[in-house]
Design a protein around this ligand. Structure first.
Ligand SMILES: Nc1ncnc2c1ncn2[C@@H]1O[C@H](COP(=O)(O)OP(=O)(O)OP(=O)(O)O)[C@@H](O)[C@H]1O
Ligand SMILES: [Mg+2]
Length: 416
């Protein structure tokens, strides 16, 4: 029987809407990452319900099944799981990739901070009933983010894919009803980049949609002209689904975003009055995407939404409003521990901008986030991994015996 007297071996999951992170408790970073979007072959009639084994997980496997594969997300618009068979497939695949047996490891899941009770219960049921895990803990991701940054109390700013969550945390627990969610995340920035590419009249062609024909290097090419060493010819598919192509186009747009988009580090200067150098990104088919001042626009979705036609509040206003909405005795501590996590927090120049912009509005502001990109992106996972190996924490696990005795709702008692 499961005896949580010593530190037990554990597997840590963070099922993000964009990327699933998985690895071993006590390690600094997740060992395994995979896209949380999965494939399903819709060759059968739509009325047939899908089993977990029908889903295709992992980009390498998706590339083997181009024809007839639809790409779906297990999550709804708010980032909560709605397709449990797809999540089951992701868990199976991740544990296989880790060579980990879930029936001999406690499982800690870093969950969305506002995860509804019903979703928590379903997750617990899935892990105990289908995977036979010996013990479970669900950790709110805002708490995990603060924890990874060395704080029990702080304001977590989680910049993921589907949204941005700002959550005050006091002594390891979320301050009730004071958090806020901006419906702008990395996904919106990616879509913005897609629209910019579209406006330039450029096409995003994933690498499997064309073949390269290398040119004979016979004709002399003028030095000033960029030399293209290949031509491309399209590869056609009889049944490539729209969702499949869209998935891979978005990946290209993400690469462009990461390479070119940044936050304007001179916000006081009118961009129209100065010369801004162009920077470029070469797509797999040789097309060059060039950006001048427009490289700053995607970040405006978060920092100056009205400029790009959005009605949401700016990230700076939202952080201040959340902290000011808490009891005044907490303000000082929250302002001095603003903790970051999530891939979008790696947007070039973002933390530098926020340090200046928040510092101008409030006194004694301190932003916490690793300088190492991966550590910042995966901070919530790392917070879970650290907690799972604390000696004191071991009595917090919900064991299978407790689950069998008290039922799935007992999770709310064990993991507040
Ligand atoms: N260096 C970077 N610059 C800008 N954006 C980045 C960078 N690296 C990753 N991203 C973006 O971060 C997002 C993925 O981050 P993350 O893995 O934290 O999301 P997630 O946890 O799956 O999403 P969520 O928490 O919203 O459910 C994607 O939109 C990706 O394009
Ligand atoms: Mg996340």
């Amino acid at each position: 029987m499961f005896q949580p007297s010593n530190v037990v071996p554990s597997i840590i999951f963070d099922f993000g809407t964009h990327t699933t992170k998985a690895g071993f408790g006590g390690e600094g970073l997740p060992r395994f990452l995979c896209s949380s979007s999965v494939g399903i072959q819709k060759l059968q009639t739509e009325t047939v319900t899908s089993k977990a084994s029908d889903y295709i997980v992992g980009e390498r496997n998706l590339l083997r099944r181009i024809e007839g594969t639809e790409i779906i997300s297990p999550f709804n618009e708010d980032g909560f799981v709605e397709n449990w068979e797809a999540l089951e497939a992701i868990i199976s695949y991740s544990s296989t990739q880790l060579s980990a047996d879930l029936s001999t490891n406690a499982v800690l899941v870093v969950e969305p901070s506002q995860n509804p009770k019903k979703e928590r219960e379903k997750l617990v049921e899935l892990l105990f009933e289908k995977f036979d895990v010996p013990a479970i803990y669900l950790l709110r991701s805002a708490v995990a983010t603060c924890f990874a940054n060395g704080r029990y109390t702080g304001c977590a700013v989680e910049l993921g894919a589907r949204g941005t969550e700002i959550t005050p945390v006091f002594e390891g627990a979320i301050v009730g009803n004071k958090s806020s969610r901006l419906n702008v995340g990395g996904e919106h920035l990616t879509r913005y980049v897609l629209s910019q590419v579209d406006e330039k009249g450029l096409q995003l062609n994933p690498f499997f949609t064309f073949r390269k024909k290398f040119l004979q290097d016979e004709e002399p090419v003028e030095e000033t002209v960029q030399k293209r060493t290949f031509d491309i010819e399209p590869v056609t598919f009889s049944d490539m689904r729209e969702s499949y192509l869209w998935f891979w186009k978005k990946k290209l747009a993400e690469d462009i975003k990461v390479a070119l988009c940044r936050v304007n580090d001179q916000p006081d200067i009118d961009l129209n009055s100065i010369q801004i150098p162009f920077i470029s990104y070469e797509l797999p088919d040789g097309t060059l995407v060039e950006m001048g001042r427009e490289k700053y626009s995607a970040a405006d979705c978060l920092l100056d939404p009205s400029r790009v036609g959005l009605s949401s509040k700016s990230l700076v206003d939202e952080i201040i409003d959340v902290i000011e909405g808490c009891d005044s005795s907490l303000h000082r501590e929250l302002y001095s521990s603003i903790c970051f996590s999530g891939g979008t927090s790696n947007l070039t120049g973002l933390l530098e901008y926020l340090t200046v912009a928040l510092g101008r509005r409030m006194h004694k502001v301190k932003l916490l986030g690793s300088n190492v990109e991966a550590e910042r992106r995966f901070a919530a996972w790392t917070g879970g991994s650290m907690l799972a190996t604390f000696g004191e924490f071991q009595k917090m696990w919900l064991s299978k015996a407790e689950y069998e005795e008290n039922g799935k709702t007992f999770i709310h008692k064990k993991c507040a």
